[in-house]
Design a protein. Sequence first.
Length: 274
Amino acid sequence: MQSFLAPAKINLSLRVLGKRTDGFHEIDTLMVRLPGLCDSLVFEESERFSFSCDDPSVPSDESNLVVKAVRAFESATGTTCKFHISLSKVIPHGAGLAGGSSDAATTLSALNELHGNPLDQAALSGIAASLGSDIPFFLGNGAARCTGRGEIITPVPSIPPIQLLLLKPTFAVSTPDAYGRWHDAKPLPGISHDPVTFPWGQMVNDLELPVFRKHRFLAEMKQWLLDRGLSALMSGSGSTIFAILDQADDAEKHIAAARDQLDPTLWSWTGATG
């Protein structure tokens, strides 16, 4: 039995450049891992493949990205997966943190390792890209600029650890719906979308406009963080809003205030990128 960790990510920036002929959107995004926020996958030898998850809201059939990763690995290598894979969920679903994509990438890497590394990095990346746009990012290490539909990965080694506060309401956001509303989205009055410049680039997310139009609470949560003097942004297509903290910030004080003033059921996490 072996365990593997699948980290979350945030988008420090996300530009949507236009719709492609294949139906996807051309993007330019800077993504970083959150090594302290991880799902866990346990691989236990078995006579045949099976999969389970401790979160009943996560499908455990062939539609799950972990199962799709297993089938893709079997097809690429001509092997049969003889493991029971159990997934323990920590990363929220529909949060813009790519938990499912990370689970799939970790599954591919783990199976490759457990079978003696029959696939090189290029082959693994090709399989990952066929399964989902965010998945190739998790096959590398550290921060990366992701272009194309997200599958073209350029490492960015110079970003130091960033201390973060993450807040998420109980509802999820549909990524296809967010992109589907992108073209015609307009800013909400009273909500700042001004990019903030850091040494690594501008902090901006083009999906905020369509998502905030449909889910105004997320706009209000971002503005609440901005009004507290923090730099804040939605990650991916939401529904997580993150804020950058400095050494003097008291994360727990912000969390307590957010639950008191915004929503007592908010999920929160604080930690550093890596």
